[in-house]
Design a protein around this ligand. Structure first.
Ligand SMILES: N[C@@H](CCC(=O)N[C@@H](CS)C(=O)NCC(=O)O)C(=O)O
Length: 202
């Protein structure tokens, strides 16, 4: 059986859990306390030298890190990956956008503020910069969802799962989604998908 090394509030880990659940793939979960440096201990570095969750242990194969590598491994050949090559590339366009523009800003602010309890005064200019770039990413997503129910291939795909993971909890980092009606409607559609579960569910 698959084993997932994860931290329940993590959006990156959540992407993997959403895919495992959607595809009804059985798995066991090992919680890693990232707030207390467990990812940087020798035992964890032996399975991911990059010192980060999520990591998927695949029986007979080994350990796989990076949320998007893991979800594309799990979902290959399923309805979560568009068959048509241009739409498959469109899915990847959004998944690259998530890793470069969305997660490092919205996910990071949520971690600082929501998980580590840092204040605006402690974070100072760093917070201002991250908020600016986070809102710029939300603007791009809002436009990308204009006249579209899902991000790629006209149906629910890995792109929606990957981008949704940190977007739907953006408010936990102080981002206001009120001015983004397309994003809010899309979040509703995602959470109505089969076997959807909340972010902290194992
Ligand atoms: N690009 C990676 C990012 C992984 C990542 O940043 N993981 C964070 C939690 S969301 C982590 O393990 N942080 C602990 C640490 O840096 O020690 C992915 O998509 O999986």
């Amino acid at each position: 059986m698959y084993r997932l090394y994860d931290y329940l509030p993590s959006g990156n880990g959540y992407k993997v859990r959403l895919v495992l659940k959607y595809l009804s793939l059985p798995y066991e979960l090992t919680e890693i306390d990232i707030k207390n440096g467990a990812t940087r201990k020798p035992a964890f570095l032996a399975i991911n030298p990059n010192g980060r969750i999520p990591v998927l242990e695949v029986p007979g194969k080994g350990h796989l890190a990076e949320s998007h590598a893991i979800i594309s491994y799990l979902a290959e050949g399923t309805e979560l990956v568009p068959d048509e090559s241009f739409e498959r590339a469109r899915m990847w366009q959004w998944m690259c956008f998530e890793q470069y523009n969305l997660e490092p800003n919205i996910g990071m602010v949520r971690f600082w503020v929501g998980s580590l309890g840092k204040t605006r005064a402690e974070l100072g200019e760093k917070l201002v910069e991250k908020k600016k770039h986070g809102y710029a990413a939300l603007d791009v997503l809002e436009e990308g969802l204009r006249d579209r129910d899902f991000l790629a291939g006209g149906r629910y795909s890995l792109a929606d799962i990957a981008v949704y993971a940190y977007t739907h909890v953006a408010h936990e980092g102080g981002f206001d989604l009120a001015p983004y009606p397309n994003i809010r409607a899309w979040c509703e559609r995602v959470c109505n998908q089969p076997r959807w579960a909340p972010i902290t569910e194992r």
